[in-house]
Design a protein around this ligand. Structure first.
Ligand SMILES: [Zn+2]
Ligand SMILES: [Zn+2]
Length: 151
């Protein structure tokens, strides 16, 4: 897995890795790898401030006409959501630990149940398709929600 290195919104390079959100399985290049690996990262653009949630899924169970080994999806978080995220980040004891169960880790892992309707990419590209997410308040809880495209 590689993390995206330039911003999907403003194309600037220099993304900051804010959080390792989720990890499942063992990476392909590591010993003990068993076909599948998934990982979710949160990055932030130092130029425009947008947040970028990267979801990665690897599956090398390879057979005839199987789908791609490596699949990436990206979600962009608006500046208001990033304000909330940066506040919550202060309360996370281990931002680079995907097994952390703090409020922000749990909110961002909620992205697993969101389907953005975007085409996956096979490698990071700053011109990739992406969907938009925002953080909404629901009672005492915050959660991620897909921003519907305007038609
Ligand atoms: Zn940017
Ligand atoms: Zn945490």
């Amino acid at each position: 897995m590689a993390a995206i290195t330039s911003c999907l919104v403003c194309q600037a390079s220099g993304l900051e890795l804010l959080m390792h959100v989720r990890d499942a399985g063992i990476p392909h290049e590591a010993s003990g790898h068993n076909f599948a690996y998934a990982s979710t990262l949160l990055l932030a653009c130092q130029q425009c401030g947008s947040g970028i949630l990267q979801k990665y899924s690897h599956d090398c169970w390879n057979y005839w006409e199987d789908e791609d080994w490596d699949m990436y999806w990206w979600y962009v978080l608006d500046l208001t959501s990033m304000q909330t995220i940066r506040q919550l980040l202060e309360t996370c004891p281990a931002a680079q630990d995907p097994s952390c169960n703090c409020t922000l880790h749990l909110i961002l892992r909620g992205s697993e149940t969101i389907y953005g309707g975007i085409q996956h990419a096979n490698a990071p590209s700053s011109h990739a398709d992406f969907a938009r997410l925002t953080i909404v308040q629901e009672g005492d809880h915050s959660k991620l929600q897909l921003v519907q495209k305007e038609s």
